[in-house]
Design a protein around this ligand. Sequence first.
Ligand code: HXC
Length: 521
Amino acid sequence: MADNTRAWMEELLAEMEERRKSVEAGGGPERIQKQHQAGKMTARERIAYLLDEGSFVELQPFAEHLETGLMEGVEAPADGVITGYGRLQGRKVCVFSQDFTVLGGSLGKMHGRKIALLMDLAAKIGAPLIGLNDSAGARIQEGVDSLSGYGEVFYRNAIYSGVVPQISAILGPCAGGAVYSPAMTDFVLMSKGSSYMFITGPEVIKSVTREEVSFEELGGADVHNIQSGVAHLEAEGDAAVLDLIQRLVSYLPQSAKERPPLQENGDPKDRTTPELMDLVHPDPKRPYSMHKVLETLLDNGEFLEVHPQFARNILVGFGRLGGHSVGIVANNPRFMAGALDINASDKAARFIRTCDCFNVPILTLVDVTGFLPGVAQEHAGIIRHGAKMLYAYAEASVPKITLITRKAYGGAYLAMNSRDMGADVVLAWPTSAVAVMGAEGAANIVYRKEIQHSPDPAATRAAKIAEYRKTFDNPYIAAGRGYIDDVIDPADTRRLLIGHLEMLSTKAENRPFKKHGNIPL
Ligand code: HXC
């Protein structure tokens, strides 16, 4: 009897192993070879590369499609998506990876169900959700069931937004419905040359609008990283994108209930930064490198810039100060003199909200003369977009520190997290100037009549500009009114920022009850 039982069990185990192997073979050797020839890893290779060795635990490998419509008799191992959990640099994460070798990674009902269940799990256990996307979109053969599969995923993208970090890597085609789930996540990363995102492909576009466009030109990594702002980061090939995900996750907490991990990195907290004294030029029209300012201030000079190629007039990204993860928003004097325009406002507002969701303190570096003037900006809604920045800063309850490096003028001064918009600590270098507008513009308005009626208008104008500069173009009036907490030596900046950050680590703020705010979108 015992022998019979053992033999029966062995038979069952052999069958189980055979079924598992067949699932693990995905779409078979030919399609896998095609995947490799396209310079891409397979869905399983990607998971193995991303996670700590041997840590991945797969869920529902034996899931099967619903045999509906045109799917009768069609083989679809794991229904085209591998889901499970594992460890990334020792921390728990949930991962799904779409298998392009199985029906082009298309999403049917079961495929969507598997991702949805994983999302539920990520929210329950409090772990980041990482999606490795490589999909031809809705599985055409499953009709409305595939749309329902997408619905299950989209719904959870929204419900779990701000609950756990959601990160999407686009590592192949991402067509039709496939684009909207990533678009609702916190970060979208694309592989250069082997990924693209679009709602309707080149063929459909040609038939509707007669425009002829390639996949790359329509929705390649450059398009979405430079022009549309849909993607936050890009890198050459799968491995580099997966490396970027590892870096990104290191700055984020497991969920909204936690803080980002503290990382001891050997950079002394009391390191002085005298090199900053030579960086800012006294002529306000001369640009300087805000990247250099950040690299000098941050631990070991490490700054993970997010959206580095989109709206380059503003910089956003992550770094560390004294081992604490910080989100940085900084004007970039090298592009459009750091003026705020529509794209910069969208980029910054989104990043501020991402930091606030996940308990990442925000450091704002200010050198801005204003919102970008122009008919095109006004007509395209700079009022609506700029309002997002004001809203996002006011709404954020994480510690917020502002450092004014040079100019802080007008509405942009407020939009860059001034005291009145909720900054907890405002510091300024002696090079800074806080005013309603620059001296030249101000003199032209305030002293217009005096200049016009003067025997030497040019000299009077120059004198009035100098007078205005002397009175207003400095940080001391704002400091005198309490809008600035201290004017500091650039050499002491790092030490002071870390001190203030640690002081604010126990910050708690009560806000009035509401269902949710209504940010102008
Ligand atoms: C089911 C699909 C599929 C799909 C491709 N396949 N698209 N199966 N549903 N949507 C299958 C192919 O038949 C093929 O199967 C395999 O996937 C690989 O496809 P190829 O065309 O050989 O690959 P490639 O040449 O690399 O081209 C990839 C592609 C192309 C550019 C993505 O397949 C394509 O254009 N597919 C259609 C994309 C699309 O229009 N999707 C939108 C669907 S509508 P075999 O057996 O030969 O390997 C949608 C709306 C949802 O998503 C809205 C929700 C809100």
